[in-house]
Design a protein around this ligand. Sequence first.
Ligand SMILES: *Cc1c(COP(=O)(O)O)cnc(C)c1O
Length: 432
Amino acid sequence: MEQESTLEAQITALYREMGISERALELGEAAEKKCHDRFRRIDRIAEFNQAKVLKAFRDNRVGEAHFAPSTGYGYDDLGRDNLERVYASVFHTEDALVRAQMVSGTHALTVALFGNLRPGDEILSPVGKPYDTLDEVIGIVPQKGSLAEYGVTYRQVDLLPDGSIDYEGIRNAVSERTRLVEIQRSRGYASRPSFSVEKIGELIRFLRGIKSNLICMVDNCYGEFLETIEPSDVGADMIVGSLIKNPGGGLAPIGGYIAGTRECVENASFRLTAPGLGKELGASLGANRNFYQGLFLSPVVTASAEKGAIFAAQLYQDLGFHVSPGPEDQRFDIVQSVDLKTPEALCAFCRGIQAASPVDSFVTPEPWDMPGYVDQVIMAAGTFVSGSSIELSADGPMRPPYTVFFQGGLTYAHAKTGILMSLQKLMDAAVL
Ligand SMILES: *Cc1c(COP(=O)(O)O)cnc(C)c1O
């Protein structure tokens, strides 16, 4: 008992030294208490996924030799080839492409799309507009080299006003030319909910009922390891994501993945390198160890980020802010938003996250005119890997209702500290 109170006093004293007041801590403790049962469930999912990943490592006999770097063409890169088998084992797919040469999530999605579509084909997005960066890839916004320029057309069915899937609209939208369906699991930066794997499975079964030979591709960004199953377990032909989000576990310094059927992965690989060369080439340089170790840590890192998001949702909801998703809602991605109501509050929040970052804690984020955005944007990111959003990061456009989107946290303890610091900055700015 005495030991406990000493520990609590030590924690409080250290937070005080970092500028977090007792009032902020009390509010935090009260919010955290309400989250315990939800955290328990998330920890059990992480335990399952940790075992799933470990099993894949064992089944594929990962060994020291797989961490060796390769250079040049990268023929016979044993570590890279085995890593792709490990990904295929984790996601229960026939094959996978896991490469440093895929420079971002958008690039991985682009490789998957271009590799698997041909002139005259049509893409269907049955859950509203896809992630913003795909606008120019698909040609929704005209751009040189877009799929549209190659004669691939695009069609979209929006979600119904209540956020549910418009099955009737989808039935009417599927045509002879519909070749590939792109389903985004995460909400991204939209106000719609994220989709459960089960829901994605229902949608895929429905689509296959209309047309059996559709390629069903899932943008899996931010969704990996939130559940015990992945979209590839419910019929997706391809799942695609970024290694500087969930599956890189914070250690992958770059990269993307495409896991799926042998044919889809081969088509993508022919686009990534060259027709006929495919997966044979592509030096991993020195990245293999971090790819393996990051994947190994990913289930727990992802769970930490999710717990941080729930903690924030609870805390800010208790303070009277509108949060999405709500603290009790089921989650299928790691993105959290809070409507902060005023520009001062949005800036204060981001400054708190920045001040609690392990890198660049001394920097003060300011709103700026980001190319391609109508409103100014403020961003907080003090990450080890540049732009990594599995690490604690926040951003928001400077317009009502001054919504901050944030995600990540390599450890729950850090996510919690960052969120407490955000609260403190709101108090300091007297907007609370
Ligand atoms: C992040 C993200 C992308 C694009 O990834 P980048 O690495 O930023 O190019 C695509 N879709 C969703 C849902 C994402 O969250």
